[in-house]
Design a protein around this ligand. Sequence first.
Ligand SMILES: [Zn+2]
Length: 68
Amino acid sequence: MAISQELLEVLACPACKTPVELVGESWLVCTECDRKYPIKDDIPVMLIEEGDKFKDVPVEELPDPGSL
Ligand SMILES: [Zn+2]
């Protein structure tokens, strides 16, 4: 896994403060507002404007964050 379990447990969606879930190895998904945060170079990008970009993208269609 790209990020540690300890880090994952403290990460929350900056928009609604809901804990995020790891999807695959490179996306963090908020189950409350559906924003999706990419993990780039092992660093979660927890920015609302970043999460907004992928709000309407189904998790199975999320791109590789390295290609963004
Ligand atoms: Zn959220």
